[in-house]
Design a protein around this ligand. Structure first.
Ligand code: ADP
Length: 451
């Protein structure tokens, strides 16, 4: 075997923990050089994103596996990231070098969407990413207040708007910069607003960015739909509060992004509780975090407490994540950012092929990555975890399986986000199942082991 082949063989032992594939197959290894005489080996390991949370691990694994070859005396691993060319072909001018657009959305105003968008952006930057924030909230633009800059007025270069820049390097654009701090163009309505948003988003010279975070206008109406149709959004983060109706809001949000084929990768429940000493006080009641996980399969549901520092930092122009990086809440934002980084790359590389149908004579036919399984409708119907079938807080089963007809039939299948499906049953009930739950029931496990 040639020395080059033996090095590559060793590197095949490095498995990307998120993509479940080895780094040679993924095409990460570039510019491999071997000095036969001295035994020096050097190569580039090109990761998907500079914000990769385990990049130092990759360096260590690459180094150690290649060093195992007895003729190797030294290994130089250079870590780089793929150029920030949009993986989603954003054709519009200002967005051509933006790798991922992340929408931060909520169904209502005042739930903390802008607070989440700004803190998430700073957390992404602290992972090593180049970041921009676009404040699309035309009626209540808050970016200039939340992220302070020495703003002196917007200007254009080569017909493109030059974005504002925070001293950290984060690029910013908001209607407030164009219309003065005192308020947005409140008289504009519907399509006019959408046109202006899309023009400003595309007409800004964002340059090379790993993540452009869009603080979406609140709601799930035409403005949001058109905006999301006009640019290629990689993923969205839904922000909600713990009130009972917030679960319904999350459902609405997921339904909207579903129409647009934009996966909702995480849910942030803001103002979840208030800490007095070590005790959590659930001022707005216990949230729907577990329900979101159980029903939609969105395993990344985060809780942010009510904390005066979050509001103070928001008012003084430096988000908590940047002002106090060691703060407990900054750590949660670190987790939210890490989840965004990992999940968008996972979605890009690991396209899972799934289909689900119902054959009255056989049952539910579930196919995942070419493997086919059959499941009885009765078993699936009884596995429903909605609030009617399962006691919300104790997990006790409320549904008596003997009341479900053995041959219960399906009336409809509807996609419910990227991770779940909604099934209408002919006993009048509707259930939502995360694909993971169905896969547990049929005994399917995703291929690939993490390192
Ligand atoms: P939205 O963008 O949804 O309208 P904002 O992010 O502007 O909401 O937040 C509304 C207000 O609530 C702001 O003054 C913000 O500083 C404050 N706020 C947001 N999240 C929290 C929190 N977890 N604890 C305390 N105050 C918060």
């Amino acid at each position: 075997m040639s020395k080059e082949a033996s090095v590559l063989d060793q590197l095949r032992k490095v498995i990307d923990p998120d993509l479940h594939k080895d780094i040679v197959t993924l095409g990460f290894i570039k510019d491999l050089k071997i000095d036969e005489e001295s035994g020096h080996v050097s190569f580039i390991c090109e990761l998907t994103t500079p914000a990769c949370p385990v990049k130092e691990k990759f360096r260590e694994w690459c180094h150690d596996f290649v060093m195992e070859l007895d003729w190797v005396s030294k290994v130089d691993v250079k870590l780089t990231a793929q150029p920030a060319r949009s993986s989603l072909q954003n054709e519009q001018d200002g967005l051509t070098k933006v790798r991922h657009i992340i929408a931060v959305a909520s169904c209502k105003g005042g739930v903390g969407k802008s607070t989440v968008a700004t803190n998430l952006s700073f957390a992404l930057q602290s992972h090593g990413a180049r970041v921009g924030i676009f404040d699309a909230d035309i009626y209540g633009p808050s970016l200039p207040t939340m992220v302070d800059t020495e703003f002196e007025g917007l200007y254009q270069e080569d017909n493109m708007i030059v974005p504002e820049m925070h001293s950290s390097g984060i690029k910013l654009m908001s209607f407030a910069y164009a219309s003065g701090q005192q308020g947005g163009p409140a008289i504009m309505r519907g399509p006019m607003v959408t046109n202006v948003i899309v023009q400003m988003l595309n007409g800004t010279d964002w340059g090379e960015l790993d993540y452009l975070v869009i603080d979406m206008p609140p709601g799930t109406g035409d403005i949001q739909l058109t905006l999301a149709q006009s640019v290629n959004i990689s993923a969205s983060v839904m922000v909600t509060t713990p009130q009972k109706i917030s679960f319904i809001d999350v459902v609405k949000g997921i339904e909207m992004f579903d129409k647009l084929k934009v996966p909702v990768i995480s849910v942030v429940e803001n103002m979840s509780y208030y800490l007095v000493g070590d005790e959590k006080h659930f001022i707005f009641g216990k949230g729907a975090r577990q329900q979101i996980v159980d029903q939609f399969g969105i395993e990344n549901a985060f809780e942010i407490p009510i904390h005066p520092e979050l509001a103070t930092c928001g008012d003084t122009g430096l988000p908590l994540t940047a002002a106090q990086p060691a703060h407990e809440i900054a750590k949660v934002y670190g987790d939210i950012a890490e989840n965004v980084v990992r999940e968008v790359e996972r979605l890009r590389y690991n396209q899972v092929e799934r289909s689900i149908t119902w054959e009255p004579s056989e049952g539910i036919i579930y196919t995942v990555n070419g493997k086919q399984f059959t499941l009885s409708t009765h078993k699936l119907r009884c596995a429903c975890r909605c609030a009617h079938c399962i006691q919300e807080f104790t997990g006790e089963q409320l549904l008596d399986p003997s009341t479900v007809p053995e041959n219960v039939g399906v009336t409809s299948f509807n996609d419910m986000g990227n991770y779940a499906i909604q099934i209408g049953w002919d006993d009048g009930h509707t259930s939502i199942y995360p694909f993971k739950r169905i896969e547990e029931l049929v005994g399917y496990k995703e291929d690939g082991e993490s390192v």
